[in-house]
Every structure is written in structure tokens, then in C-alpha cells.
Design a protein around this ligand. Structure first.
Ligand SMILES: Nc1ncnc2c1ncn2[C@@H]1O[C@H](COP(=O)(O)OP(=O)(O)OP(=O)(O)O)[C@@H](O)[C@H]1O
Ligand SMILES: [Mg+2]
Length: 348
């Protein structure tokens, strides 16, 4: 029954303005009623009426889980819900699933245990507050040869070092989606650092992702492996390329963003529950709309922009030189630094 049907008499609706006012009040009451109790259906969520629920379902947001793991902008795009309302909708969906609640003292305790992995460059470490940190997602985006994969290799070696040398004495899970993992390069980096190359290679678990669904599965099933091999760093190189290839065109955009969003959340959960670091790489696409400055934008849109704690933009300079810029960090000032990619690894 819609609120309007209350005002129909013998099938005829009123014509005056009064019913509209009463309707608005009634709708507000309905919305208020929604706030107190846990939502079961999409229609129980604040900001979601019948029409909106239909639009959401049509766009693939057909369950509480999907709403709970979406972003306000996605809902705005899918069903025309205003961003502020969408925030409430998402928050209510999360409540309904009882996700996301934790007391602040717990969070503080957990944050005290954050570890850091050196990149090999003091400049680059400084830019992100002292190295790649656990419980966070660090993303590097940039064009080909900008050093994204090289930083991944370097971290895979460095995380195995003792704490005094900038490591976490842990193993690595390397999700290789571009077939660019090179054990020979790892060996070269390990030897340059005076480490036992065979041991270093044994401590890196490689998973080759053949498509985006496989990539999602590899992370969803990683729990056992993480415990077994004391994994302290997960690398996904690249995070976005399969998603970009598997979901082509505007129509597939919403599904792609939802899947990517879920995937990123799964990574963040692993980072929190096992106190490990996540390093992901991301390509850029040409953005012909920008006339001045660098006409490239990272793939993954706002989904990734919101999830990554540290976003680094890498640019190739002359020869070994690379320029890193920190963008959109919640805790560090924006800034730039120069580092080098050498045969011995990342240096200042
Ligand atoms: N053994 C090595 N010695 C010195 N420099 C190397 C070595 N291996 C790779 N490099 C440098 O790293 C560059 C490749 O960087 P990297 O593979 O990190 O690029 P990327 O940002 O991952 O690019 P893509 O988007 O193509 O994956 C090479 O162009 C080279 O300059
Ligand atoms: Mg690469």
C-alpha cells in the first residue's frame, strides 16, 4: 500500500494540496520507522522507496551485501539517490549485516601494531610516512616502465628482512595478473641485498590470475596460505587490468565497480585481520579531456580512490630516475620525490 492510497475515496484521489503535505509527513514517518530497526529488504533502507529499489535491482544492486559494499556515488549513478541519502542507505545496509562495528579502543590497539616495509629509497619511504604500512592498501599507478612492478619486487624482498633493516620477517603472496613476475629479478635484488636468494624465492608464493573472477577467488581463499607462510605482504600486480578487460563498455561499468569494490574490501579485511601490507599496481588511461598537465587518470575510479590509503603516481624521468607523487592521502601531505630503479633495486 502506498501512502497515497490512504487518500483515495472510491478510487478518486483528492485534488487539493493537503494530501500532498500529509503524504510527505507520512513518508517521513515511514523513513523514521526505518531508522530504528534492522532492514531486511531493500525497501526497508532509508532513502529507498519502491521505485528506487526497482532501479537498484535493475542495476544489479539486488542484495544487502551489494548495497553495503557500494559507494554513495555508485548508488547515485544507479538509482539517482542523492549522495547524502546514499550514505545513510549504505550505513543502514551495513548495520543490517552487522558489519563494521568495532570499539575505538580496539582500533587504537590494532593501530599500535602497524608495521612498515622499506621501499629501499629513503625519499620514497618518507613520502608515505616511513615505508609501506600494514593494515593499509598502498597503490602505485602510472604508465608502462614507471616502476610499479619494480617496487613490488623490491618490497617482496625487503619484507623478508629483519625489522632493524626495514622488514617484517614475513612471507609474500604475489598475485600476478600480467605475467610479469620474474624470479630472476628477485634473485638479483636479493643478492644485491646480501640475502640468500633461494630462501627469498621460497618465501614468495605466486598466484597467477587468469581473469578477474579467478583473481577474486585467489584472494578470497588466501586465509590458509597467509597463516601457513606467515604472509606479511600481499602484492596484486596489476589490480585492475583483468577487470578492465572483462567488463567492457558503459553497461558493464556498474558490475565491474561492484566486483572491484568487493575485491578491494576483501584485501582490506586481510590487511586488518592479519596485520599485513597490501601493495597494488594500477594502470592509467589517457584522458583526452585534460588539455594541460598530465592527461592520464588511474583506472578503477572512485572505488579504488577511496579504498587505497596511499596512492602513488609514478612517472618516468631520465634514465634510472622516477618521480613519485603522493595523492589523496588522509594522513600525509601531498608531495613529490625522486627515486631510482637500478640493477641493485630501488635507491635514492
Ligand atoms: N634488472 C634491471 N636493472 C635495471 N633496471 C631495471 C631492471 N629491470 C627493470 N628495470 C627498470 O624498470 C623498468 C620497468 O619498470 P616496471 O616493470 O616496474 O614498469 P611498470 O610500471 O610495472 O610498467 P607496466 O605498466 O608496463 O607494468 C624498466 O624499463 C627498467 O628501466
Ligand atoms: Mg608492471
Amino acid at each position: 500500500m502506498t501512502p497515497f492510497s490512504l487518500f483515495k475515496r472510491k478510487g478518486k484521489p483528492f485534488n487539493s494540496a493537503a494530501p500532498k503535505v500529509v503524504t510527505l509527513v507520512l513518508m517521513a514517518v515511514v523513513e523514521m520507522g526505518k531508522e530504528g530497526k534492522k532492514a531486511k529488504e531493500l525497501e526497508d533502507l532509508p532513502g529507498v522507496g519502491e521505485t528506487t529499489a526497482e532501479k537498484l535491482r535493475a542495476a544489479g544492486y539486488d542484495s544487502m551485501e551489494k548495497i553495503a559494499t557500494s559507494s554513495p556515488h555508485e548508488l547515485e549513478e544507479a538509482a539517482g539517490i542523492g549522495v547524502e541519502t546514499a550514505k545513510k542507505t549504505i550505513s543502514a545496509a551495513r548495520d543490517a549485516l552487522e558489519m563494521g562495528y568495532e570499539s575505538a579502543d580496539n582500533v587504537l590497539e590494532r593501530r599500535k601494531t602497524i608495521g612498515r616495509i622499506t621501499t629501499g629509497s629513503k625519499e620514497l619511504d618518507g613520502l608515505i610516512g616511513g615505508g609501506v604500512e600494514t593494515q593499509s592498501i598502498t597503490e602505485a599507478f602510472g604508465k608502462y616502465s614507471s616502476g610499479k612492478t619494480q617496487l613490488g619486487f623490491q618490497l617482496a624482498v625487503n619484507v623478508q628482512k629483519p625489522k632493524e633493516q626495514g622488514g617484517l620477517e614475513g612471507g609474500v603472496l604475489f598475485v600476478d595478473s600480467e605475467s610479469t613476475f620474474r624470479p630472476e629479478r628477485i634473485k638479483q635484488l636479493a643478492e644485491a641485498a646480501g640475502m640468500d636468494a633461494d630462501k627469498v624465492l621460497k618465501n614468495i608464493q605466486i598466484a597467477k590470475a587468469v581473469n578477474s573472477d579467478h583473481q577474486i577467488l585467489l584472494i578470497d581463499k588466501a586465509e590458509e596460505l597467509i597463516k601457513e607462510h606467515n604472509i606479511r605482504l600481499i602484492i596484486v600486480d596489476s589490480l585492475t587490468s583483468h577487470f578492465r578487460a572483462d567488463y567492457v563498455g558503459r553497461a558493464a561499468l556498474s558490475e565491474r565497480q561492484q566486483k572491484l569494490n568487493k575485491h578491494i574490501h576483501a584485501l582490506q579485511r586481510l590487511a586488518d585481520s592479519h596485520n599485513l601490507a597490501i601493495y597494488v599496481t594500477n594502470q592509467v588511461m589517457d584522458n583526452p579531456g585534460i588539455l594541460f598537465g598530465d592527461p592520464t587518470t588511474p583506472i578503477g575510479g572512485h572505488v579504488l580512490a577511496h579504498a587505497a590509503t596511499y596512492r602513488l603516481y609514478f612517472r618516468k624521468g631520465k634514465e634510472e630516475k622516477r618521480v613519485a607523487r603522493l595523492v589523496d592521502s588522509p594522513s600525509m601531505p601531498e608531495g613529490e620525490c625522486v627515486f631510482r630503479v637500478t640493477s641493485e633495486g630501488l635507491k635514492d
